[in-house]
Design a protein around this ligand. Structure first.
Ligand SMILES: [Zn+2]
Length: 170
């Protein structure tokens, strides 16, 4: 059976599409969208607002110009929460709960999208860290791991060095 051609949304008059796009989707697949590649930038947000809204240690976003972002499907499933005090708006899929878009009043032309929603490259490595001083003290920072005996697939952090433990035992 021939592959069904993907329908492309019409561009606004005068707008240009780049040669390469990266497509993203929510967990249930109802919401699909694309950005032109390369994205503007990619960044890690260690602040408590993104941590809470996404239920993670820190959120990694790809920032795209809104003019280079297009919805492909499922717009009706997108629910938006605006935090007027913070000047932010967060959208998510009302069907499966996946966080989708993060907009900030301070950058009105940019839409930030969780990097995890893209299966392909976005043209930017996440090399920027915001709100690093507010990092969760329980975030995994790459400490050495070893297998947990009797639990296949479970790794455990190695016990901390005695010298460090001793510093708290004065
Ligand atoms: Zn969904």
């Amino acid at each position: 059976m021939p592959a069904k051609p993907r329908s492309r949304p019409a561009l606004p008059q005068g707008a240009k599409r780049s040669a390469v796009q990266a497509e993203g989707a929510c967990a249930c697949g109802a919401v699909r969208f694309e950005i032109d590649v390369p994205a503007v930038w990619a960044w890690h947000d260690h602040g408590p607002a993104s941590r809470h809204a996404q239920g993670c240690a820190y959120a990694t976003y790809v920032g795209s110009w809104k003019s280079r972002f297009r919805m492909l499907a499922g717009e009706d499933h997108v629910t938006r929460y605006e935090d007027k005090e913070a000047g932010t708006a967060r959208s998510f899929c009302a069907r499966c709960g996946t966080p989708l878009f993060y907009e900030r009043a301070r950058s009105p032309k940019i839409v930030n999208i969780p990097r995890a929603l893209f299966a392909t490259r976005t043209g930017r490595e996440p090399r920027y860290h915001l709100n690093i001083t507010q990092q969760a003290d329980w975030a995994y920072l790459g400490e050495a791991l070893m297998p947990l005996k009797g639990y296949p697939g479970v790794m455990i952090e190695r016990p901390r060095k005695k010298a460090r433990a001793a510093a708290f035992d004065l």
